[in-house]
Write a protein that binds this ligand. Sequence first.
Ligand code: ADP
Ligand code: MG
Length: 341
Amino acid sequence: MSQTRTEISSLGEFGLIQRINKGITPNLPDTVTGIGDDAAVIDLGEEFGLLSTDLLLEGVHFDLSFFPLKHLGYKSVAVNVSDIAAMNGKPHQVTIGIALSNRFSVEAVDEFYEGVKLACKDFNVDLVGGDTTSSRSGLIISVNIFGRVAKDKITYRHGARAGDLLCVTGDLGGAYLGLQLLEREKQVYLANPNMQPELDGMDYVIQRQLRPEARMDVIYEIAEAGVLPTSMIDLSDGLASDLLHICAQSGVGAVVFEEKLPIDDQSFLAATELKLSPITAALNGGEDYELLFTVPQSAYDLIKNNPKISFVGYITDVANEVLLHTNGDNRIPITAQGWQQ
Ligand code: ADP
Ligand code: MG
């Protein structure tokens, strides 16, 4: 080991992954795509296999003081299904590793798996294995997922082309705003346990945080409409950072129209109450697990009437220049937030 010590924060998450990826070349002929997309791609002969993994850590990704275990079980599966959806694939099997401290009872584990089973039913996947161990630092959940996709239907992050339309499913910013509300209520409760939570009328944004859905419904609907996206990613880190991935990997730029960003009325209300910008929440919030994808202009007529899809901008040929066209007709660069240590 060298003597120099570099702080991980100096690289950030993406820099670190790039560094890990350096010098890794596939040894096997069936490894089609390794590190860098929402799932790894494996050649199964007739079709491609998809493999993805996600870690969820107590205190980093969830706070058990307001996150019900059943919802956590559901979310653990849903966020992995979302990565398979982002490759235009169909999820099949999951394995789940859990590390538990003695703080957890058998009933608590049951509750977690109730959520897992519900998600397996909703997304039609099978739980086929995992690992169980003890933990000294809270609950750790590790999920692996296997999916399949026809070879001519796979969608990578790198296929966006200048002139393509930029589409987003559902609405943005809700999950982040829901989390901010839950954290605020926790602080209020800690300061005075007699205070009642003030979450009336905020059920939608709370649900966006606690029970995200993978958008398999949209995957099936666009296929039905005869549309194959040119690129796709799921929105785990926020539109800004995830769009930058599409642009970087496709060698293109993008323009996003502020007025086209899909934001639910309740997200506007929550943002006002929290004194946060709903636009910033939509761009940088993360955890919405919606899909961001590009389609050729010719696909517009085929999906324009789908209420689950918003057309938020277009792809340009200016590599890595990602701009927000504001309501005041200014164009400002969109920068990534993502994960920082
Ligand atoms: P996502 O948000 O879609 O889960 P990530 O940003 O977590 O994707 O990861 C981007 C890519 O980097 C993926 O291909 C993922 O498999 C890979 N990756 C992340 N962490 C590591 C790691 N520690 N070692 C190898 N590959 C990694
Ligand atoms: Mg992803």
